[in-house]
Every structure is written in C-alpha cells, then in structure tokens.
Design a protein around this ligand. Sequence first.
Ligand code: ATP
Ligand code: MG
Length: 537
Amino acid sequence: MKFYWENKPDSDMAQRQALRYSWESDKNMNKCIIRIVDWFRFYTFEYVGNAIRLVVTPLTDRCYITLTQAMNLTMGGAPAGPAGTGKTETTKDLGRGCGIYVVVFNCSDQMNKDSMAQIFMGLSQSGAWGCFDEFNRILIEVLSVVSTQVKCVLDALKEKKTKFAFTELGEINLQDTVGFFITMNPGYAGRTELPENLKALFRSCAMVVPDLVLICENMLMSEGFVQAKDLSRKFVSLYMLSRELLSKQRHYDWGLRAVKSVLRQAGKLKRSDPEIPEDPLLMRALRDFNMPKIVTDDKPIFLRLIGDLFPRVECPSKSNPEFTKISHDTAKKDMGLLAEDAFVIKIVQLAEILEVRHCCFIIGPPGCGKTAVWKTLVASYKNNNQDCEYDTLNPKAVSSDELFGAYNKAKEWKNGVLSVIMKNQVKNDDKYKPTQFHKWSVLDGDIDPEWIESLNTVMDDNKVLTLVSNDRIPLSPQMRLIFEISNLKNATPATVSRAGVLFINDTDIGWNPYMNAWLDRSTIKILQGTREGANLP
Ligand SMILES: Nc1ncnc2c1ncn2[C@@H]1O[C@H](COP(=O)(O)OP(=O)(O)OP(=O)(O)O)[C@@H](O)[C@H]1O
Ligand SMILES: [Mg+2]
C-alpha cells in the first residue's frame, strides 16, 4: 500500500493530485493549509459533522482538481453529466474537505433575479460555497442577469476587495472563500442552454461514468464485508447485465443511487445476521431489494442472472413474520380487504423500501391496488404501535406556484400546498406530533419534470426542500414522500434514480380479491337482513 505522504519520487504526482493537509506555523501564522496540485487554501474550520465521506476514485480526484483550478482562475465550477454520477455530492465533499459550508439550492423556473441576488449577496458575505443544482432549469432571461451578478462577485474577488458594490443593490462585504458551483444534466427535458457570457464564468468538468467497482468495494468494506473485492465485481456485473438483458422499462435504474441503496440494505442484513456467509447475504440483498421493481416478464431472467453469479448459493428471503401477520390481519379486519398473499407481500415490500429510501414511487396500472397497499401499510403501522400520519395531494391539480409557493404582486411570499404540509411535518404543527413514527406526503398524480424536478434536492442525499423565498425545509428522519403514479413516461432519469420503486403488475393482485371482498361484504349485509344496503339487484 502506498501512502500519499510518502515522499517518493514516483508517488510525487499521485501525492500532488490528492487533497493534502499540513499544519504550518511561524511567528506570523499558525494555520492548517490544504493543497491540491498548485491550489492552496487555509482550512476554515466550519463544523461539518460526522458526515459520510465519498469514496475517493479517479473521477472524484479529477473533479476536485478541476474545481480547485477553477478557483485558482477566479471562476466558478460546473460539473456536468448524466444523473447520479456524483456531481453534487463531489462538490459538497470538496467543501467538507476544506471545512467550508456548502449550501445546495435546487434551481427552478420559478427563480427570478431578486432571489438569485439575495443568494449571491448571502454567499459573498458569509464566504460559503453555493452549489446550484439543475442550474439550467432557470429561465434564460433570468440567467443573463445572473451572469452579471456572478461576474460582479468574481471581479471583486480578482481585485482582492473586502467590500464591493453588488450590482445596484449597494455595498456589501466580501469573504474571499466564496465559491459558486453549478451542476447540470445537459439535454434533459425543461433545461435551457446557458448563455455564452455565463458559460465563460464557469469551468466545466465532465462527470460521465462513476467508478462503480471501486465505490462498491469500499462501501462493502465499510459495511463490514470481508470479501469485498470479489463481491463488488459480482454486484456490478449483475447491474451491467440487468441493464442490457432485461426489458427497457422507464422505472428501471441500475446506476450509482440504486447501487448505494442495495449496499445500505446489505449492510443492515450483515449486522442483523453476522454469522451468515457473505455470498448468500449479498445475494439475498440483491434479490429481495430489486424484485419489487421488476416486471413479471423479467423476473425469471433476473433470478437466472443472480443464480449464475452466485452458483449453488441458497438463501431464503428474510421475512419479518410478525409484521407480515399484522399486515395480513389489518387488511382483513380493518380494511375489509381480502388478505391474499400477493397483496400482503406488496405491503411488506413497501415497508422495506421505506426503511432504506425516503422517497418511493408506487407504480401500476389503474385499479391495481396502489392506494390500498399504502393505506393498509398505514393501518398496519398503527396496529404495530407506530403512529403514522399523512397528507395526500394531487400535484397536477395545482400550478407550480400553488404547489411550492410564490411571491404575489405586492412581493409578499405565499406558501404553497406542499411547502405547508412539509413545514407542518417538520415543526409538528397541525395534526403532526413529535411522537409519530412516520409522516408521509402522498403525491397522487402524474409526474412531469416541471414540478417534480423542484423536489430534486429533497429526493437525493441533501434532503432539503429549497424554495424561491430562500426558505429551506429539511426532511426529518420520520418524513417520507410517496408518489402514486401509473407510469414514469415523462420523468427524466434524474427523477427515476432518486426514489425506490414498488411496481404492481396487472396480475399481482388482479380483480379476484376485489370481487371476493365485495361478495363477502354483501353476504354479511344480506345475513344482517339489509339486502338494499348490500347494493344487490
Ligand atoms: N465517489 C463516490 N463514493 C461514494 N458515493 C458516491 C460517490 N460519488 C457519488 N456517490 C453517491 O452517488 C449518489 C449520487 O450522487 P449525486 O447526488 O451527487 O449525483 P448527481 O450527479 O448530482 O445527480 P443529478 O444530476 O441527478 O443531480 C449519492 O448518493 C452519492 O453519495
Ligand atoms: Mg445533483
């Protein structure tokens, strides 16, 4: 193993490419200095907490070098690439490495020049970094004003000023640590091409293919797996083969986000059953966690692939018999439904997905039992002494302004439906209480990039809803977003990769239980002598 601090001639470049820390003191200063290639900065001691750091891969190194070199040239950084390649997280990780607070904003077409000006003024005065996610969703008219605002700050930085006049809004202080980073998915629906004068202010960095095997190996190791090297190769091969051999469904995602959620699940299984060998354990995680999203036709192919990668390995599904029994009884007694096995399995699968992901799409054709599944899960939680409260809304019934909030003509902020629900859940207002185990926002309505991409920072690792008023609503650990939809036709890959998927096939539950449950109810009413109430002819 080669350590970066070994100052051998052949390790010199490798050493210079990594973030290096040194404590330097003389009679004038006593400081921690961070270096990477020829960029250096004093460590700023912002409290970053015990956050999960990323696996250092050649791609993250390249991104660090490009972003820091951009700062050397007094420019912003612009990592661009497909969804889930680590653009946002790498920027945040570099900030954590430098002890700088990174504020992530979810840009949207609702943003205007005033809200952007407020952000730039705040960042310049505090010296924090701004990471503008999905920057190219901002309208082109606003972007051209934004370029003058960014240029104004960068010019002041170049001139090493400590105070400067920010556009026509007056003189403000300037901390030289400030940095601007924009992350974009070029070419997705609802994105604009950046104007040339704005492009010239940011140095771009292509983030295309993350180093999956390295990330997988290191994360398996950190979850406690000993044979991480072999298992990571199998893991990544399965995902590559699934991408090629399974049918092309809009809700399939075999990228980094999907890999990470299975790794988390595998870690949980490892800790709960430490004596089971690692091969079957990973196989169980891969199979049980992916099956809920696989369509009926692809199930045999997927199981065969797993069988080929883990030959002669047997590992039955880990079930939670108590919760399954509670769900079964709840469906039957409380909900008046027929507790068929297929239905109960879907309820348990939904509960399992919600344990590792905070957003979930329940996808299925109309009438396949989507609402019945989540409502029965709510009732099962209650019967299991876990209070669960939820709010339902149809995001397509209101405009984006009514959903997230907007300024009216008098420049007063008016909250939107979703922002009110989420604020209530965070602040335990209205029907929400601190004792509740689960707080859900159920969004029942078609997905289109216009509104759902404003939830991008809520649905990824940041877990904050950023509004145009510059309000930030962080998700608490009890909060979940459930989307009930019939397809993901209009969703971009950025949306698809951000949530877990429970797919309900036509045939999974079918119409039989529906008919039988109705017959049961009718029979009871007939026996009670209320033939009319039974709604029979
Ligand atoms: N080097 C790495 N080591 C470990 N995890 C990583 C690494 N790079 C990225 N990830 C993980 O991949 C996931 C996706 O990263 P991120 O949210 O930054 O993607 P993105 O490129 O910003 O995607 P989008 O364009 O959809 O916003 C995160 O959960 C992140 O933690
Ligand atoms: Mg991102």
